[in-house]
Ligand binder design. Structure first.
Ligand code: NAP
Length: 248
């Protein structure tokens, strides 16, 4: 009997959950608990950390999990490392659902860096209007360049004071090219800092930056241990021994 655990929190994970529910496969969807009102899923859902690798090992054993699917964000490296270790320890098959990273298109003006500190260093010294498209956990290092006017965008309003004054947009994606162009034009954005998430949902800001001729500091994905990785829901369904109904 199959009983799958989906580590979720991405648009692709939601597509997968819909397909697994449609196929009547027994599964649990897991959220990390980063957003206050995560999207409802058509599967039994749990929210919050497992308590490290040992907690995840216990969960897999106690819940009788037979297949683990890592559909977390490509920058959720800690969770992905834990899953690799826990699946090895329990002998549970693991697959990752992860879109390929974005690559430069003609006209893109990217400065590629390996981490947030390098992104801070890559910003100019002269005052700029910077759109920081990177998750609230990572903004603190930008306080080192207080000369810039920062625009931030979060799914939920910030609960704690921010490490520096900023223009905060509270909105949940995906965003369209037109809305990204308008946001950047009305705020006079001159630089963008983004993470190479891949996929379509977050790409409109990159297209908008190209159209406006703006430089993008692109933070590369963290390195993860080797694991089986596919890019589509259909491939996950095949791995589970089912045919996908969607063209996903
Ligand atoms: P993380 O740093 O890899 O995970 C930290 C801990 O959170 C994990 O060790 C685990 O706790 C718990 N956790 C994470 N995902 C979980 C899940 N699906 N189910 C249960 N527990 C989970 O990941 P993160 O804190 O979620 O995010 C890391 C980065 O990814 C951030 O930069 C964030 O902005 C980005 N992210 C983006 C999206 C998105 O855009 N859709 C979604 C999620 C994250 P235990 O060790 O206790 O098990």
């Amino acid at each position: 009997m199959t009983r799958a655990l989906i580590l979720g929190g991405t648009a692709d994970a939601s597509l997968l959950a819909a397909e697994i529910a449609r196929a009547h496969i027994d599964a649990v969807y897991s959220y990390g608990g980063r957003t206050r009102a995560p999207a409802d899923q058509p599967l039994p859902t749990r929210i919050g950390g497992f308590g490290g690798v040992s907690g995840l090992v216990d969960y897999i054993r106690c819940e009788g999990i037979t297949h683990v699917i890592d559909a977390t964000h490509p920058f959720a490296a800690e969770m992905s490392r834990h899953v690799v270790e826990a699946s090895a320890e329990t002998g549970t098959p693991l697959i990752a659902l992860e879109r390929a990273p974005w690559t430069r298109a003609p006209g893109d003006n990217w400065i590629e860096v390996h981490d947030v500190d390098a992104a801070v260093a890559a910003l100019p010294e002269a005052t700029a209007k910077v759109f920081l498209a990177i998750g609230r956990q990572h903004i603190a290092p930008f306080a080192a360049k207080p000369q810039h006017a920062y625009t931030l965008r979060f799914v939920d309003p910030p609960e704690a004071p921010l490490p520096f004054a900023a223009d905060v947009i509270v909105s949940r994606g995906p965003f369209t090219l037109d809305s990204e162009l308008e946001m950047m034009r009305t705020r006079g954005i001159t630089w963008i800092v983004a993470r190479n998430s891949g996929g379509d949902g977050a790409h409109a800001k990159i297209d908008a930056a190209r159209m406006l001729g703006l430089p993008v500091i692109m933070i590369a994905r963290p390195k993860l241990p080797e694991r089986l990785r596919v890019e589509s829901v259909g491939e996950i369904m095949q791995w589970l021994g089912h045919r996908a109904c969607l063209g996903a």
